[in-house]
Structure formats: structure tokens, C-alpha cells
Design a protein around this ligand. Structure first.
Ligand code: CTP
Ligand code: MG
Length: 409
């Protein structure tokens, strides 16, 4: 996952994710929005698309089926969203319930309504949609031109084609669909309660509001059937694409010297010793850096940052790791996992494990669930046992474009 752009929030805009459906067409034990792809529910992927685009958690609400509350709580664990509302039998009724949780929004505030079942939305399309709403339009939606020839089926029971529809005039409408909040609420007030609209653009068009077309990307498809789910899994995990898995190992040792704290994985831990070294001696980050360099066969930390270089003296080791992460990206690669073991009798790692995990995740631009930090002693044996220093070993897993397929470099 790309590092969320937490420094920037989209002011005057909100997001409502419609997740109250039951996913009948996909079937299976779990409603589709709670099925997991690449370790995350489809709903959580959809939410993360907006976080990655710079929305804050407090600008987002989700509408769910009350029967799925436990699944929902699990899917949004660790997030502090603005609201959760309960849906209804039809999508537009569900959305209306969700909209009520934004009742204090101003008329001109923008509200983007998105299907939970579209986990591939990109920030660039969100920005295009918002800018259409900033110009003259009260309503705008992502849509893609229809590429296939479209024909009616002649008879329901026979697979024989009927009339052809002119596809040149047709657009497949996606989400998010964006509206000025006041205009959308007013449109909801005008429609016949019995009318069922499959999306909000149809509803506002019926109320005489022009909906601008913002060309989207085909990747933002809605997971509806088993085929879609399989395709989504392939896209998300890189399976079936020309990516190959590489692993790299890293190992490092630093000796203790006089001092009162050690830095491990970017976290300062009070201790009666410190680690000695040319840089900040962060043995954990050094092992991870070497593991990443190993996975892409790009030398070792010393070849990029020679200990003889005075400019690296006292340097924060996050700089070394950032460089290794940048090299992986340059090769078109993606880090999928890092597993670090710290080997020492003291200090105790457990109380600091989460902070270390969070810091390594931040430096690598990954979610913390892709970072594992472990610790062990050597039962008093060897140099770590004698408390002369700390050792660290890391394994990094990286997806790289497959050079056999002619995609590398
Ligand atoms: N949705 C909703 N409330 C409903 C129906 C649908 O919030 N009463 C949401 C779904 O959760 C989904 C989005 O609207 O994220 C698009 O709907 P669709 O793809 O049709 O999802 P489902 O209705 O769940 O699937 P199906 O039609 O196959 O049952
Ligand atoms: Mg449906």
C-alpha cells in the first residue's frame, strides 16, 4: 500500500461508503464487502483508497446492515471514522440513511458516495471528480466509455442476439458519485418513496440536476460476481501477473558502550548502555536495510553508505532504509513483508514492539501488518548473552517484475 497522504485533508468534502448490501450475486458465506483480498476486507480496501487520497477518517462514514455489525467492527479496527449508519432494503434508501449522519454539512459541501465493492479507486480519479464539483456542477460521477458491442438478448431462454445498441453514446457509470450535499438532500426530498434507483445519479437526473461525466479508469470495477472476485485477487496480489517473489536476508551487530539509551527501529529506549557505531547504530534498521538490498540484489548497506564517509557520521538510520525502499520502487517492486528478530538479553523489546513496528511501517510506506518485530535472548550464551552488544537479523519479501519476462529495468 502507498503511504497515506496524512499531511493533507480534503476540506469541505465528505465520503459515504455504501456497504449495506448482501452480495447475492457473488454468493458465499460472507457478504462480498467483508470478503478478504490480500489480507484485507474489500470494504477496508475501499476506505483506504480515500485515506490514501488525503481524506481524514473523520470525513468518512459507512452505511452497513446492522446484522453485519461485528464484521464491520473487525473491518475498520484501528480506524476512527465519522459515522456508521444502518442501511435499508434498497441501495438508495441505505445511502439516504447514511447521508443523514452528515446533516451538519453545508449545502455546498461535497459528498462522494462510493460502493464498498470497488476497492481499486485511485486518488487521481477522486481529485478529478472533486474538481468537477468545484466548477459549475452540483453532481458528477466517474464513468467509462462502453468498449464492448452491446446487444439485446432475443429471448431469455435462448442465447440468440437481438438488436444492437449504439455503444458510442453509452457510458458505464461507476462510483464515487459526487454531489453538493444540499442539492442531493433536496433531490431525495422530491422523489417518490417507492421509486428504486440503482445509483444516485439516476435519482438526481430525475430531479432535473445535470450530472457531469468524469472519465474514470476501468480498474475501478465493482466486484459483483465470482469472476470479479478472482480478477480482483489477481490484481491485488500480483498473482498471474509478471511479478516474482524475492526474499533477502540481513544481519547486523553493534556493541554496547557507555550511555543511557539505545535506538532500535527508530525508537529510543532507555537503557544503562548505548550502541556504538558510525551512524546512530540502529542495528534493527541496518538489518532490515540489508535484507531489502538483498532481495533486489543491490549490494549492502556499506556499499551505499561507506563507513569511511564522514557525511554518514551520527546519521539517522532511517535515511539508509528510505534509500533501500526507494531502490525497490525504482525497480518497479513492492515490499510485501519484513520480519525482524532482535537478539539481546536487555533491554526488553516487548513494551516497545508496537512503536517499532509503526516506525518501520512509516519509513517503508507500508501498513504495520506487513512488519513483524520479534526478539529473543541467547540464554546467556555468546556475546549477546554476555550483554556485550545486540544482534539483529531480518528477512524481507519483495515482489519484483519478472526479469525472465523482459520487464526488469
Ligand atoms: N448496497 C447498500 N444497500 C443496499 C444494497 C446495496 O448499501 N440495500 C451497497 C452494497 O453494499 C454495495 C453497493 O451498494 O457496496 C453496490 O451494490 P451491489 O454491487 O448491487 O451490492 P449488493 O447489493 O451487496 O450485491 P447483489 O446485488 O449482488 O446482492
Ligand atoms: Mg445489489
Amino acid at each position: 500500500m502507498e503511504k497515506p497522504a496524512t499531511h493533507f485533508t480534503k476540506s469541505g468534502a465528505f465520503v459515504l461508503i455504501a456497504a449495506a448490501g448482501s452480495g447475492q450475486r457473488l454468493g458465499g458465506d460472507l457478504p462480498k464487502q467483508y470478503r478478504k483480498i490480500a489480507g484485507k476486507t474489500i470494504l477496508r480496501h475501499a476506505i483506504d483508497c480515500f485515506l490514501a487520497a488525503g481524506f481524514s477518517e473523520k470525513q468518512m462514514g459507512v452505511v452497513i446492515d446492522p446484522a453485519h455489525k461485528a464484521l464491520y467492527d473487525e473491518a475498520v479496527r484501528g480506524l476512527d471514522l465519522r459515522s456508521v449508519s444502518y442501511g435499508d432494503k434498497t441501495r438508495n434508501k441505505s445511502v439516504y440513511n447514511g447521508l443523514l449522519s452528515f446533516i451538519y454539512a453545508k449545502d455546498k459541501d461535497k459528498i462522494l458516495i462510493h460502493d464498498a465493492a470497488r476497492p481499486f479507486l485511485r486518488p487521481v480519479e477522486i481529485d478529478k471528480l472533486l474538481s468537477a464539483l468545484e466548477q459549475q456542477y452540483q453532481a458528477a460521477t466517474l464513468a467509462v466509455p462502453v468498449a464492448d458491442t452491446l446487444r439485446y438478448g432475443e429471448q431469455a431462454n435462448k442465447p440468440i442476439l437481438g438488436k444492437t445498441v449504439d455503444r458510442n453514446e453509452l457510458w458505464a457509470v461507476q462510483t464515487p458519485q459526487g454531489f453538493h450535499y444540499g442539492a442531493l438532500m433536496e433531490a431525495y426530498g422530491q422523489i417518490e418513496p417507492s421509486r428504486n434507483y440503482t445509483d444516485e445519479t439516476s435519482l438526481v437526473s430525475d430531479c432535473g440536476i445535470d450530472v457531469a461525466i468524469v472519465e474514470g479508469h476501468r480498474q475501478n470495477f465493482k466486484i459483483t460476481t465470482q469472476d470479479d472476485l478472482e480478477l480482483a485477487a489477481r490484481l491485488m496480489t500480483g498473482a498471474g501477473t509478471n511479478m516474482e517473489t524475492r526474499t533477502g536476508a540481513g544481519f547486523d551487530v553493534h556493541a554496547f558502550t557507555d550511555g543511557n539509551s539505545v535506538r532500535l527501529c527508530g525508537v529510543d529506549i532507555p537503557h544503562d548502555r548505548k550502541l556504538s557505531g558510525h551512524s546512530d547504530a540502529d542495528v534493527g534498521l541496518h538489518a532490515i536495510t540489508d535484507a531489502l538490498l538483498g532481495a533486489i540484489a543491490a549490494g549492502d548497506i556499506g556499499s551505499h553508505f561507506p563507513p569511511s564517509g564522514p557525511q554518514w557520521k551520527g546519521m539517522e538510520s532511517s535515511v539508509f532504509l528510505e534509500k533501500a525502499v526507494a531502490l525497490v520502487k525504482e525497480k518497479g517492486g513492492r515490499i510485501t513483508h519484513i520480519d525482524l528478530t532482535l537478539i539481546c538479553e536487555a533491554p526488553k523489546i516487548g513494551p516497545h514492539r508496537e512503536a517499532m513496528q509503526a516506525r518501520v511501517a512509516e519509513i517503508c510506506g507500508l501498513s504495520p501488518d506487513r512488519i513483524s518485530i520479534k526478539a529473543t535472548t541467547t540464554e546467556g550464551l555468546g556475546f549477546t548473552g554476555r550483554k556485550e552488544g545486540i544482534a539483529a537479523q531480518a528477512i524481507a519479501t519483495v515482489m519484483l517484475p519478472d526479469s525472465e519476462c523482459g520487464h526488469a529495468e
